[in-house]
Write a protein that binds this ligand. Structure first.
Ligand code: PMP
Length: 318
């Protein structure tokens, strides 16, 4: 679907997958004015196809659009784009364990001009791709590298928006992580507080059952995180959203106050953190049952194996 300053949203259509033609002066290519989302479709045992909290992705896309000076896509258009995709691609939703169809909705500035200002012509697309189980042979802990040289986002920046530039900024530290034998990077903010991984939020479980997640204006507010915290609250855990310093993390693990550290996001759902590695140190992270049991509860809801008490599922077919 296209958008122009004068015409608003127009020309919704389904077209065969293929290259997008862009003017070489299209502003997205020069100034990175673009945003995206990630959301999955799940096939239930009876064959029906569902998605999880699409209103949350639609609203996050709207907040990203606001920050990146892009137009607001109405929530119902977002949902409709998922349903239209299922009409043509429904057969591609796999039915295996932990498998899904991954949707990538995205919006970008396609107006051709070289000045620096918000584009007056924009496009919203949705593509999809079958996603196998993130972990083969069971959930495995990830090792993470503490990036001291690089930040992902700064105060007042675009950290809370799902925009390509944040991911471009994380590529070099991600490469550094691989060199260090780690699969993911963890970023700190300028106050030395924990932000998030390149594509996942972080959650700590304390000895007394309190569950804590870092809070700051530059963290991408994950929908998996919000859902996990809700399930934890339902179970009676106290949940805190607050600043967590690296010092508190390392001291908490050393003293046994922190009993589990895990990461969460749409792709992997929940993954325990095995090792926190940084310049000159390597802390083995404690693992426990809370992360895996919350993971199981959430995936059970997504795949229709457990009651959806919060009304999070939305049917996409039929
Ligand atoms: N942080 C970042 C930087 C991400 O890219 C993602 C993935 N969208 C997340 C956190 C987790 O968000 P969600 O649970 O909505 O997938």
């Amino acid at each position: 679907i296209c958008w122009s300053e004068n015409g608003g949203w127009h020309r919704p259509r389904v077209q065969p997958y293929g290259p997008i033609s862009l003017d070489p002066a299209a502003s997205v290519l020069h100034y990175g004015q673009e945003i995206f989302e990630g959301i999955k479709a799940y096939r239930h045992a009876d064959g029906s196809i569902w998605t999880f909290r699409p209103d949350q992705n639609a609203q996050r896309l709207q907040r990203s659009a606001q920050r990146m000076a892009l137009p607001q896509l109405p929530e119902e258009y977002f949902l409709q784009s998922l349903k239209e995709a299922i009409k043509v691609d429904g057969a591609w939703v796999p039915s295996g364990e932990d498998q899904s169809l991954y949707f990538r909705p995205f919006m970008f500035a396609k107006e051709a001009f070289l000045g620096v200002r918000p584009a007056k012509k924009v496009a919203y697309y949705l593509i999809s791709s079958p996603a196998g189980a993130y972990f083969s042979g069971g959930v495995k802990p990830v090792n993470i590298w503490l990036s001291e040289n690089y930040a992902r986002a700064g105060k007042g920046g675009t950290g809370a928006a799902k925009t390509g530039g944040n991911y471009a900024a994380s590529l070099l530290p991600q490469a550094e992580a691989y060199e260090q034998g780690c699969q993911q990077v963890v970023f700190l903010n300028e106050e030395g507080n924990v932000e998030e991984l390149g594509g996942m939020n972080v959650i700590f479980v304390f000895k007394d059952g309190t569950i804590v997640t870092p809070q700051s204006d530059s963290i991408l507010p994950g929908i998996t995180r919000a859902s996990i915290l809700q399930l934890a609250e339902d179970r009676g855990h106290k949940v805190e959203r607050r600043a967590v310093s690296l010092q508190e993390w390392r001291d908490g693990v050393a003293s046994g106050d922190i009993v589990e550290v895990f990461a969460c996001g749409t792709a992997a759902v929940v993954t325990p953190i095995g090792l926190l590695k940084g310049p000159g140190f390597e802390d083995v992270q404690p693992t426990g049952e809370v992360a895996l049991s919350l993971r199981e509860e959430l995936t059970d809801i997504q795949y229709g194996r457990r009651e959806d008490k919060h009304g999070w599922l939305v049917r996409l077919d039929g």
